[in-house]
Design a binder for this molecule. Structure first.
Ligand SMILES: [Zn+2]
Ligand SMILES: [Zn+2]
Ligand SMILES: [Zn+2]
Ligand SMILES: [Zn+2]
Ligand SMILES: [Zn+2]
Ligand SMILES: [Zn+2]
Length: 382
């Protein structure tokens, strides 16, 4: 490929209001944006202009292809829908175009393939016709010899059938002298040469020339977004590429997926909607990692603040399924407690004692009262 080409730089003005644009594309449903600032960095894509010449027989056809390469991929379309300005070549650091050029060259092959196929098809058809002509001429010239040869070969077959070795030998000698007599082999060589020459004439020569490389620059916006998510503050760096129409930089801290709707939990973890959960007891928002517990009794998803660990069985339960023992200051889940039939309260069964009056198991408090009553009874009886 010949590369005596020119290169230039164009600039696209998207004419957008970046902050309004980014606000349309991302949101923070459970927090408020305190401040957005942005800077621009240059994005690039490339246009390669190729001239291709198809040369065959005595024809020459030219074809111009403009191939756009963006993010290492060929893209369709042109610049007509954009406001295009002349770029400043001195001020702009244009990245190396080697890889983009390679992509464009591959694309050029694809785009020219159809034409190449069409011409090749035509050429092979044309060549067949030419070959037929050569064969015909050759046949005319060799007809006489051919006839004799045919007769000999017919006889040869007959003698072969009869296994007449002597006669076969004679016929073979006849062939030999016939070939010597005729210029049969010279003719054959001439024919082959004529066909070779014709095949060469029917070759397709394709030449690609890169005539122009155009770098097109445009602004990529880099935002710093400061967010208030009571009680925490977070800051995000987000990029918006107006050509790719793509936002990047906002990712869920749990699953890593790209996020458009960012939830921030009570511990400042930023996640996608799927990885953001609500405590079914207090209603506060937590990420999946912060909200792992469920009540062992009612299965509600609860945060650390809304549950306790049972002193007896160590299970985590919500506060409505736990009781605090005021005497010991320990929490017990309802499964580990027993209802005292005297006072009706849920108490630690390990502390129950047998009533001297009713023989029933009663709680420690009721037992103490009973014992005190007994002592008092005695006092008054005396
Ligand atoms: Zn997620
Ligand atoms: Zn909670
Ligand atoms: Zn969290
Ligand atoms: Zn519960
Ligand atoms: Zn328990
Ligand atoms: Zn009791």
């Amino acid at each position: 490929m010949k590369n005596d080409q020119e290169s230039n730089l164009l600039k696209i003005d998207f004419n957008i209001k970046p902050i309004e644009e980014i606000k349309k594309k991302i949101s923070f449903p459970n927090s408020t944006i305190r401040k957005i600032t942005f800077r621009e960095k240059p994005g690039f894509f490339y246009r390669f202009t190729f001239n291709t010449t198809f040369e065959y027989l005595d024809k020459k056809e030219n074809l111009t292809n403009e191939i756009y390469v963006f993010n290492s991929k060929p893209i369709e379309g042109d610049l007509s829908e954009y406001l295009v300005l002349e770029g400043n070549k001195e001020k702009t650091q244009i990245p190396d175009t080697k890889h983009a050029y390679f992509v464009a060259k591959e694309e050029l092959k694809k785009r020219n393939q159809e034409k190449r196929n069409k011409i090749s098809k035509f050429l092979s058809f044309h060549l067949e016709k030419e070959k037929e002509k050569i064969e015909k001429d050759f046949r005319k010239e060799t007809k006489g010899f051919q006839k004799e040869l045919d007769e000999i070969s017919e006889r040869l077959m007959e003698f072969a059938r009869l296994r007449d070795v002597e006669k076969i030998q004679k016929e073979k000698e006849k062939i030999k002298s016939l070939r010597e007599k005729s210029n049969f082999s010279t003719l054959e060589k001439d024919k082959i040469r004529a066909i070779q020459l014709e095949s060469q004439k029917h070759l397709l020569n394709v030449e690609n020339k890169l005539s122009k490389t155009t770098a097109i620059t445009y602004p990529i916006y880099v935002f710093t977004i400061e967010v208030d998510a009571n009680p925490v503050k977070k800051s995000f760096t987000v990029e918006f590429d107006p050509l790719a129409k793509e936002v990047s930089g906002l990712n869920c801290e749990i699953c890593g997926n790209k996020v458009r709707e960012m939830f921030i939990d009570s511990n400042g973890h930023a996640t996608c909607k799927n990885c953001s959960l609500v405590c079914e007891s207090c209603g506060r928002r937590f990420c999946k990692k912060c909200l792992k517990n469920t009540c062992a009794i009612c299965s509600k998803r609860i945060c650390k603040d809304c549950g306790v660990r049972c002193f007896r069985c160590s299970k985590f339960v919500c506060k409505s399924h736990a009781r605090l023992d005021v005497v010991t200051g320990r929490y017990y889940c309802l499964n580990c407690l027993k209802r005292c039939e005297r006072c009706g309260e849920m108490k630690d069964p390990f502390t129950f004692k047998v009533s001297k009056k009713t023989n029933a198991e009663i709680c420690e408090t009721c037992y103490r009262k009973e014992m005190q009553g007994k002592v008092l009874e005695g006092v008054f009886e005396n």
